[in-house]
Design a protein around this ligand. Structure first.
Ligand code: UDP
Length: 421
């Protein structure tokens, strides 16, 4: 029987939802967990998000939002541990979790785990607490390996994901493509997978006047500006974006603004800067480092186009954020962008992700911007259905699907608003 107010245990072991967005292990997944939890909490559901204490000095229990707590538990040395090595601390974490739950006399209806490491923990908890377990993988190791750019994901990850796909009660996939991948590569049962997109905070990501945004940020008024926002990871394809800039610069004045990364001392940062020098585009590329999410909207509004040059995205939140700010997107056929951009209304899809195709598409958007084709009134409505109110309603329905009894009103009748103020 499903209660009116769900008590949810969410697991995000390797990455804290309040970590620094845009750095190595902290990106869209953290945003997703935060925003979803906030929306669930505002509807009266109670959410405890468990993460690993990671030398941050945070209190064990933090109240994040109404009805939402972030709980830090010990596993291993409580300091930095490489992501894969964390697997071997999961048993520690499980023990700490059991102890905490018993001490606090907690009871949960449902587990929602994020990423394969937390999914592994979730499968133990599912057995011990005898409650349903919903998994969101966020990325799939098998697909990353097919793309084959970064270090190969270990067999341990692939085997764990495959097993989880068989044993959990339900899987949330953010796109139909991810669902197909789960069926194809992990033999997951079709009927077990619910497709619910990721969301965007439509109140935060709102169009601003481009000229005013450029003045605020000190950007030139008359230069065409392309923007990249995200982590620095080979899978993101920033190198081919730099190569595209080298081509574009032969024909027009432009600037690429790059937001994200772990800072100028890191190899990733230095490699990209080195490439920009090699290509002779160092003066056309500005690396700004990571920027707090709440400060990002003027960057999106100041740009003529956001570029997603990725080899793989499970979803691609930055695309939604840019569109919500009224700025068109050029993207490879990844994540949700394949569907959202397919009619050309709000940007362009690049079929062949070579730098020449990227450059042509960016140039085409610059030209259409000069012709005044992209107003916020044209672009923003494309993402109105992705507001968190709507997305959370879809996820709550998926939660309901794991309970056998019919859903009581309070849970099933979540509002389905498509608000785009
Ligand atoms: N982000 C941020 N500051 C930065 C870089 C990125 O706040 O400097 C946020 C961005 O707003 C987005 C998220 O990080 O919400 C990246 O999510 P996305 O799905 O695009 O990529 P992922 O990190 O999941 O690969």
């Amino acid at each position: 029987m499903k209660p009116d107010q769900l008590q949810l245990a969410m697991f995000s072991i390797h990455s804290s939802p309040i970590g620094e967005l845009g750095t190595k292990n902290t990106g869209g997944m953290s945003v997703y967990i935060r925003e979803l939890a906030r929306e669930l909490g505002s509807r009266g559901h109670r959410v405890d998000i468990y993460t690993r204490l990671n030398g941050t000095g945070h209190h064990q229990i933090m109240d994040l939002y109404e009805n939402v707590r972030l709980i830090h538990l010990s596993a291993g040395n409580n300091g930095y541990v490489q992501k894969l090595a964390l697997y071997y601390y999961l048993a520690d974490f499980f023990r700490a979790l059991e102890k905490f739950k018993n001490q606090q006399n907690l009871r949960y209806d449902l587990i929602h785990s994020h990423y394969w490491l937390s999914g592994r923990l979730g499968s133990w908890v599912q057995e011990r607490w005898n409650i349903p377990h919903i998994v969101m993988f966020h990325t799939l190791g098998v697909v990353k390996n097919i793309v084959g750019l970064a270090e190969q994901e270990p067999d341990l990850r692939l085997a764990t994901e495959r097993k989880l796909a068989q044993t959990c009660q339900r899987i949330l996939a953010p796109t139909a493509m991810e669902k197909q991948n789960l069926i194809k590569f992990y033999n997951a049962a079709d009927e077990k997978i619910g497709v619910v997109p990721c969301g965007v905070n439509l109140d935060l990501f709102h169009p601003q006047d481009k000229k005013a945004a450029r003045q605020l940020l000190g950007f030139d008024e008359n230069t065409a500006i392309a923007l990249y926002v995200g982590r620095f990871d080979p899978i993101k394809g920033i190198d081919r974006l730099l190569k595209a800039v080298a081509r574009l610069r032969r024909h027009q004045r432009m600037q690429l603004v790059v937001v994200g990364g772990d800072g100028p001392e890191t190899d990733e940062f230095q490699n990209l800067q080195h490439l920009a020098h090699q290509l002779g585009v160092q003066d056309a590329v500005t690396f700004l480092g990571r920027i707090e999410q709440k400060k990002l909207p003027p960057y999106y509004s100041a740009a003529d186009v956001l570029v997603i040059p990725s080899h793989y995205e499970s979803f691609g939140l930055v695309g939604l954020e840019s569109l919500a700010c009224g700025t068109p997107v050029v993207s490879t056929r990844v994540g949700a962008m394949s569907a959202i951009l397919q009619n050309g209304r709000a940007g362009l899809l690049v079929d062949n992700a070579e730098s020449v195709s990227l450059a042509n598409s960016i140039a085409a958007i610059f030209a259409r911007q000069r012709a005044g084709e992209f107003s916020a009134a044209r672009v923003r409505p494309v993402v109105c259905q992705f507001g968190w109110e709507n997305v959370a309603s879809g996820i709550i329905e998926e939660y309901g699907a794991v309970f056998k009894d019919p859903a009581p009103e309070a849970v099933s009748k979540a509002p389905a608003r498509a608000s785009c103020r």
